[in-house]
Design a protein around this ligand. Sequence first.
Ligand code: S3P
Length: 169
Amino acid sequence: MNLVLVGFMGTGKTEVSKEFARRFGMRYLSIDEMIEEREGMSINDIFKEKGEDHFRAIERDIVKEAASIDGLVIDAGGGVVLDDENMKNLKSSGAVVCLKARPEVILDRMQNKTDRPLLNVRDKLTKINEILTSRKIYYDKIEESIDTSDLTIDEIIEQVRSIFKSSLY
Ligand code: S3P
């Protein structure tokens, strides 16, 4: 049984998955890191040199591979939800939880980051709102979600743990 965290950039997936894996003796796996390893370049460079479609194709392959392993906490990139096959594979591998946050909170967390090609624009807040709107139906499809905007890491972990536990029965 895996735990899979999905959700928009800046909702806390990486921090929460790493901490969850550490506390409960599971293995942390980042889809983005696997993509970078396989391509031998950063996500920014993959987008720039090979394009988003290529990135999505590799992402699809890696998601499939990760979903075939057991005992993982999978930290999935913000765009995996856009692909039906990704979601089918992830759901069949374990409990999927969507982390959410208010746009202003996302902006605050992403303000000084330059490693998200989709947010490398001057007006980040407008871009965040634009992408959030276009993806809303995909994130809303996921049954279990947690708004991390006003929660501490311990509170988030506790909620994730309770969802994960109830999915074991
Ligand atoms: C993306 C989110 C990123 C990364 C890539 C594209 C997206 O992952 O996969 O930059 O489409 O939302 P994080 O959500 O971990 O930042």
